[in-house]
Ligand binder design. Structure first.
Ligand code: SAM
Length: 280
């Protein structure tokens, strides 16, 4: 089943948390001269037209990225993320929103390599058209969970894996944990970031418990809920599970998570968590 289309949600609160964390991880990787490898298991189409019928349906970006674009007092990591979005919108109007492959590509150098998986046939073609230079980015119509086995460990020995499945089928919740284990077994020094939705507390906690059960160490959790979780159906928030995070990320999050809570809150019950699922 491949009915999920990310364009309906582009630039919402969940994208902000995810892409902000992706940006901070990339900044850490490019501090060193040595090249790095990026695997995006579920890439989407790379760039989202906010004037499209799909993005306009619920205008989720209005209560997400639009709020940050009009704020000049952002914490530094958010200011940097805003610069990325601005770089794709040279007319000073928010026309497009960059997805994870483009956020990473903003940072990558010629020597770095991207492996971008997208299973949906049309989305794959759109993504491939965004990355015509095959030497740098390999765009494949492949199951991203399988790529964790086939592409790791990378020859560069430095790498970052983003897993961002749609969770439209329950199996994604199990597959993402299995893929994390598979990846970590092959490439234990890699950085992994897993995005998850908070539809209700029970379902999110069951994923977090499964990650804890893997016994993988050095796992940081950042979660932002823009309203109370059990109040109504739909996505109350989302989180990022980060294995081997940059050592500065926890401290940075202590500044940007309160900002995100205040700015993106839908109700006064908005809240966040910063915690270690397992310490180093
Ligand atoms: N990571 C993207 C971003 O942040 O801009 C958004 C990705 S979206 C949440 C999930 C994408 O995964 C969809 O485009 C969907 O077609 C694709 N997809 C679903 N199952 C997949 C699989 N097993 N392997 C690769 N892609 C898959």
């Amino acid at each position: 089943m491949l009915s999920y289309r990310h364009i309906y949600h582009a630039g919402n609160h969940a994208d902000i948390l995810k892409h902000l964390v992706v940006s901070q991880i990339c900044r850490h990787f490019v501090k060193k001269e040595a090249p790095f490898f990026y695997l995006d298991t579920h890439s989407g189409i790379g760039m989202y037209e906010l004037a499209s019928d799909q993005a306009q349906l619920n205008k989720e970006f209005d209560t997400g990225i639009s709020k940050l674009m009009s704020d000049d007092q952002l914490p530094e990591p958010l200011q940097q993320y805003k610069e990325i979005v601005k770089s794709f919108n040279p007319n000073d109007q928010l026309e497009v929103y960059p997805g994870s492959p483009k956020v990473v590509d903003y940072y990558t150098r010629q020597k770095d390599k991207l492996h971008l998986c997208e299973l949906h046939p049309n989305d794959y073609l759109l993504l491939a058209s965004m990355f015509p230079k095959k030497r740098k980015a390999n765009v494949v119509k492949e199951n991203g969970f399988g790529a964790v086995k086939s592409m790791l460990p990378p020859p560069q020995k430095r790498g970052f894996v983003l897993m961002d499945p749609p969770y439209e089928v329950k199996k994604d919740y199990q597959d993402v944990v299995t893929a994390l284990q598979d990846g970590h077994k092959r490439f234990s020094q890699g950085t992994y970031a897993v995005w998850y939705p908070v539809l209700n507390r029970r379902q999110a906690d069951s994923l977090l418990n499964a990650v804890e059960q893997t016994k993988i160490r050095n796992v940081l959790l950042l979660e932002l809920c823009i309203r109370e979780t059990e109040e109504k159906r739909g996505m109350a928030g989302s989180g990022m599970i980060i294995v081997n995070p940059p050592w500065t990320l926890e401290k940075e999050a202590q500044e940007f998570m309160p900002y995100l809570q205040n700015t993106l809150a839908e109700t006064p019950d908005a809240h966040f968590q910063i915690k270690w699922i397992t310490p180093e």
